[in-house]
Design a protein around this ligand. Structure first.
Ligand code: IPE
Ligand code: IPE
Ligand code: MG
Length: 256
């Protein structure tokens, strides 16, 4: 009991969440937030109602991650394949960053969170870009948790771009092909400044990666849940962290 009290006193958030309840807190957590459409359909609602509900869960999980002291939270918000969806749905999804940030950016600034976006942002509608550019600019001086949105992100596109840029370096004589290392490739990825994710969470019962961080997830611990994203709670998040805490990461080696 005393130990528990002492550990709570060390909790910088001071809101009763015992961060020391977890042996290991992952530095970088990535989430494939899936199941918004099915959540809505189950309630007889249009798919966009699921996206709206999902947006509110993002806020809760950002707060939870921040309280735990996670350094980087990467959220898959829109894939390079999601353009295939009906125009109405795509239009709605492209409005979500504005909606999300209009009600939440102030809190992110105050919480010292750094907002980042990875993906082909040039191809986003101008209004979406303006919203994310503002969020990145307003939080640029912060040095707390990185909230990294994968927006119009596709891992194959990212790797293709990296290879293309590396090939240009070779052509221009800046790089000898014999000297290309894994580090060189990682340097050209959109995640170049971050460590690889320690934990990947995917909601909604789908057990696949859907073109998400294929290079970076090589040794990531994976955690899947049947819960739809709009139903995902801080408790589910803690459950994932607890699983992560108990895992033995060997990276191909041997541990006693
Ligand atoms: C995830 O939920 C959100 C995005 C991909 C933008 P979905 O919209 O994929 O929901 P399901 O998978 O159809 O239920
Ligand atoms: C992955 O989910 C993309 C995001 C969560 C943003 P999808 O719903 O697009 O993936 P698939 O189509 O089920 O593989
Ligand atoms: Mg889906």
């Amino acid at each position: 009991m005393l130990e528990k009290l002492a550990s709570q006193q060390h909790n910088p958030s001071g809101d009763g969440v015992d961060v020391n309840a977890f042996e290991n807190i992952p530095r970088h957590v990535a989430i494939i937030m899936d199941g918004n459409g099915r959540w809505a359909r189950r309630r007889g609602l249009p798919r966009i109602a699921g996206h709206r509900a999902g947006m509110n869960v993002v806020k809760k999980i950002v707060r939870a991650a921040d309280r735990l002291g996670i350094e980087i939270l990467t959220l898959y918000a829109f894939s390079t394949e999601n353009w295939k969806r009906p125009k109405d749905e795509v239009d709605y999804l492209m409005r979500l960053p504005e909606q999300f940030l209009s009600s939440y950016l102030k809190e992110l600034v105050e919480k010292n969170v750094q907002v980042r976006v990875m993906g082909d942002i040039e191809r986003l509608p101008a209004h979406t870009r303006r919203a994310v550019d503002k969020a990145m600019a307003d939080t640029a001086a912060n040095d707390g948790m990185v909230l990294n949105f994968a927006l119009n992100y596709g891992s194959r596109h990212e790797i293709t771009e990296a290879v293309r840029r590396l090939a240009i370096d070779v052509r221009e004589g800046r790089k000898d092909p014999e000297d290309i290392t894994e580090k060189d490739i990682a340097k050209y990825l959109l995640t170049n400044v971050y460590p690889d994710p320690d934990l990947l969470i995917r909601t909604s019962g789908e057990i696949r990666l859907s073109n998400f961080m294929l290079w970076q997830l090589a040794y990531t611990e994976l955690w899947f849940t049947d819960v739809y994203w709009p139903d995902f709670t801080e408790d589910h998040f803690h459950e994932a962290i607890r699983h992560y805490s108990g895992r033995s990461r060997r990276y191909g080696g041997v541990k006693e």
